[in-house]
Design a protein around this ligand. Sequence first.
Ligand code: TPP
Ligand code: MG
Length: 230
Amino acid sequence: MPLFHTAFETAASAAAGIKAGLEVLGQEEVTVLAWAGDGGTFDIGLQALSGAAERNDDIIYVCYDNEAYMNTGIQRSSATPWGAWTTTTPTKHPKDRPKKDMMAIMAAHRIPYAATASPAYPEDLVRKMRKAKAVRGTKFIHILSPCPPGWKTASELSIKLARLAVQTKVFPLYEVEEGRRWRINLQPQGVPVEQYLKLQGRFRHLKPEDIQLVQETVDAEWERLNALAR
Ligand SMILES: Cc1ncc(C[n+]2csc(CCOP(=O)(O)OP(=O)(O)O)c2C)c(N)n1
Ligand SMILES: [Mg+2]
């Protein structure tokens, strides 16, 4: 598969340019996929992604979200959840802002397809990739993936953690068409968020009242999503 490695904030604009070039060459059938981290997507590449989405450039954009700038040593991004430790949000001053709602931002662009996905649910992930490939215009796939050194977790717990993120409603699996039709793809069991948080060293400093606040926020966000999907 031909691959173009570009500056991390330019994933969307580089992909849009490659697609335009292929169209000039008459190779419209080639799928162009951009792969970027949460820092590259939620923060530094947001403007390039917004531009591509507003033009409805025919690309699949995958955000591989591990909730921090991991390659450079675990700095907070706007995808880092409230309460998390990172090297720039030490335990005395953990992150005091919520994770940016990237799916809502993409839905607000009224792109044809946006979806969340998880390595713990590979059939759902593959179905969404196939769907994205079949649709013309900008497609956004948001994948949450644990990072053992950044989350301070054991590698062998990664898939369990990815599954718990879905089953606690921290990261629900859903899709949005044209920014208007919202569909929840899996009904979570509603496992208490504590089960998810307690496995991760980045949340070890949280007090019971902090965990309660996370639970209330997750429940409120889930209600909001359910209302959109009704
Ligand atoms: C313009 C620019 N600024 C800073 C860097 C340094 N840098 C390389 S990777 C990275 C972190 C990227 O974080 P994210 O997009 O979340 O991907 P992750 O490493 O977590 O997979 C940074 C800041 C860079 N490569 N280019
Ligand atoms: Mg990252």
